[in-house]
Design a binder for this molecule. Sequence first.
Ligand SMILES: [Zn+2]
Length: 121
Amino acid sequence: MPMTYSVCINCGVEKKHPMSKCSNCGFVPTSNEDKAKSLILSLDYEIDDEYCGKTKEELKVIAIELQFGNSYDFDPLEVKAVVDYSHRVDAIQPSELIIDGLKWLLLPISLLIIALVFLTK
Ligand SMILES: [Zn+2]
C-alpha cells in the first residue's frame, strides 16, 4: 500500500516526502536529528522493513498541533534509535557493495593471473 504522508516538523504542514523541502515554510531537514524527527512524523518510517510510525490519523493530529504552534515532544530515545539506525544503514551498504564487487572480480582476476603466468614463461 503505497502511501505518502509526512509532516513538516517545523510548521506542521503536510509534505510528500520527509526529507523534501517544506512548501509552506521552506524548512529542509539537514541535521541527523531533524532527519530522524522528519522520518518519525511520516508514513515512510520503517526500520528493517517494519513500519514503526504512527497512523495517518495520529500524524494529522500532530500536524494540527504543530500548526497551532505547539511543539511535538519527540521521544529522545526514539530519535536516537532512528539516527543510529541510519548510521548503521550508511555503514553497512558500502562494505557490502565492495564484497559483492570483489566476488565478481575474483574469478576474472585469477584467470588473468594464471594466463599471465603461462604467457611469461
Ligand atoms: Zn514547514
